[in-house]
Design a protein around this ligand. Structure first.
Ligand SMILES: C[S@@+](CC[C@H](N)C(=O)[O-])C[C@H]1O[C@@H](n2cnc3c(N)ncnc32)[C@H](O)[C@@H]1O
Ligand SMILES: [Zn+2]
Length: 271
């Protein structure tokens, strides 16, 4: 299995440090091991995706293990449901690779491989440097640089994408795991920012081409140090709404209790 060319969709083959297609399009493998498959003409902004500051904050927070129960649960679900030999997995919007590394370890035990994809080059650089066991690429989730029916399992943790593109790259009967925030996710953090916290609406997502098989709702309360709480704020999209004194106040906290509330959906691609 390999990548497909983002310009002409032919198969890319790796030759002396570059991925090339028969039409002569060429994408170099960076020294960190990843490949950038996001051509300039497909970029919507100069530096798409999460910034390096968000990435640093996310790594700081995730490395402290605050979301380890979510990662463990995802690996357990995948282990139980994906009983194939040499599976191919893809983590979409993989960020700095915290979850990807766990899926890659599972894939390796099963004789397969895990890919991580993100539109943010800063994120992929971080990920590839730290986790050589996975294969990382810069690309958009709306134009996945893979052939049809490539993956046995795709994991999407908070990343945007389209059902049709997911259905294209997943094998018939393959798995899709999606993670989204549950109603009370980060309630206490949000109450520092909004006068009235709106609970996340529990909308039932429909994904055409997939059937919903299982739902899990892992939730727990974290006790965070001041710097972990400040990192959590910085990695969330509502950080920019916070009053200027909020990050500093969080940093001064000895501890900060905050609820997590996740929604894991397990989908099966229709045959
Ligand atoms: C909230 S973060 C989640 C990152 C990671 N899954 C995690 O939970 O740590 C969302 C990620 O999606 C990426 N992203 C946003 N738009 C994207 C797109 N169109 N294609 C691929 N990745 C995208 C961002 O760069 C960011 O890394
Ligand atoms: Zn090409």
């Amino acid at each position: 299995m390999s990548f497909s060319c983002p310009l002409c969709h032919a198969a890319l083959t790796e030759r002396s440090g570059a991925f090339c297609c028969p039409q002569g399009h060429q994408f170099d493998r960076a020294k960190e091991g990843y490949v950038n498959l996001l051509p300039v003409q497909h970029k919507r902004s100069r530096e798409p995706g999460d910034s390096i500051e968000m990435m640093r904050a996310r790594r700081h927070f995730l490395e402290a293990g605050h979301y380890a129960p979510l990662r463990d649960e995802l690996v357990q679900v995948l282990t139980r449901l994906s009983v194939i030999n040499a599976p191919q997995y893809l983590d979409i919007g993989c960020g700095e690779g915290y979850y990807t590394s766990a899926f890659a370890a599972l894939a390796k035990r099963q004789g397969g491989l895990c890919y991580g994809l993100d539109v943010s080059k800063a994120a992929i650089r971080y990920a590839a440097r730290r986790y050589p066991e996975a294969m990382f690429c810069v690309a958009s989730s709306y134009r996945l640089p893979f052939h049809a029916h490539t993956f046995d399992g795709v994991i999407r943790i908070y990343a945007p994408c389209e059902a049709a593109e997911l259905a294209r790259v997943i094998k018939p009967n393959g798995l899709l795991l999606t993670v989204s925030p549950g109603p009370r996710h980060l309630y206490q953090l949000k109450s520092l920012i909004y006068r009235e916290v709106q609970l996340h609406a529990a909308r039932q997502e429909m994904l055409e081409g997939f059937s919903l098989e299982e739902t899990y709702t892992p939730a727990w309360t974290m006790t965070l140090s001041g710097d972990s709480a400040a990192a959590l704020l910085q990695m969330t999209p509502f950080a920019w709404r916070a009053r200027p004194e909020v990050p500093g106040n969080l940093l001064q906290r000895v501890d900060f209790s905050c609820e997590t509330d996740f929604l894991i959906h397990v989908w099966r691609r229709n045959a």
